[in-house]
Design a protein around this ligand. Sequence first.
Ligand code: MV4
Length: 451
Amino acid sequence: MFEKILIANRGEIALRVLRACKELGISTVAVHSTADANAMHVRLADESVCIGPPAARDSYLNVPALLAACEITGADAVHPGYGFLSENARFAEILEEHNIHFIGPKPGHIRIMGDKIEAKRTARRLGIPVVPGSDGGITSDAEAMVIAKTIGFPVLVKAAAGGGGRGMKVAQTPADLSNALANARAEAQSAFGDDAVYLEKYLAQPRHIEIQVLGDGHGRAIHLGERDCSLQRRHQKIWEEGHSPALNIAASNSIGETVAKAMRELEYLGVGTVEFLYEDGKFHFIEMNTRIQVEHPVTEAITDIDLVVEQIRVAAGGGLDLKQEDVKFFGHAIECRINAENPQTFMPSPGKIVAYHPPGGLGVRVDSAVYNGYTIPPFYDSLVGKLIVHGKTRSECLMRLKRALDEFVVDGVETTLPLFRTLVREKDIIDGDYHIHWLEDFLAKGGIDRV
Ligand code: MV4
């Protein structure tokens, strides 16, 4: 097992990783920019190193500074958290070249899943159902037209180097295809320096359902159920829940087993999330994330498995103690991402928190790095904290969530708490009847002003 882990991240996920390390008896090194000198993870870590000025590219993305921090402190492993360098294969390789463990998948798998065309090819080869579309990248408009007519319009042009919705263009009819290809290529080139694009059948109102997996890198892998992440705004998830209100247990187990089998064949190492669009009872693979995700506490709540502890254990070569039959699901969990943003306009609202009172009680968890008097810096994401609520049933979970949201006090900055207090009372949400466009449609109709 590792002696000392350097946590190459900040905010709530740095605190989350630090907690897992402490429970494993591993000493911790926090790194921080000058803007985060007073951050909670710095205060609670055994050691801390300032790695640069506020801008992420000069601090949390600064590989030489992170390497130096490892050398100075003698860290034998790095946990990247999510975002920043968490899916950077080159960073993982550089660490390994310096005999420092990267707590994450094998660099080769990070690289494959980072290329959405290769990711789909791999998924298809491993027996995972994928969205109908081109086999690989599109080399000409003529080729695209043939494929589009085969799968049927509307089609979606996507960037191979994309993800998170960047570089996607819909072509409703054949007349739209050429422009969609040109615009997607241009956007991909400017955003990623890579204009490779591929084609998929456009699914109009799917749900976004992701499967959590955990592998030991030697052919053992299990799934830990699904999370429904359909409530999103501009590709930013705000509400995630497990199980999906759209799935029965049989459907959940079936897709879970398909994915776990694929991860065994891939000899996948670590935690991972396999993303699907779900429509008309069918799952369609779109991409795979090779990191711990923001919404992992939803799965922890319904399985009582500490995903970060397991992630560290398999990274240290500890193998996978857990068997699929050990994974028992209980109840329902919902996570709300509370941001320091205006609840109507979503404009960031950094600043000093002058009163902070998180909710508590049975089945209520708040993962946050803020505290009374803390100043949310303007340089990073605007996450105040994640409210995760668990109940024996979805309706008990909703009642508890409503109570917890009403109890939550964050004064001094604007937050999206009012939006969640409205959503938890909205009929479609209570019925679990929503899809990936539901939230933006709701907001377009007036959102929280509507009620
Ligand atoms: C799609 C799609 C519809 N049809 N692919 C958006 C980001 C990236 N994860 C993939 N995305 C989508 N791919 C096909 N063939 C709709 C989306 C999409 C979306 C997916 C999941 C969650 C929110 C979304 C919001 C807009 C579009």
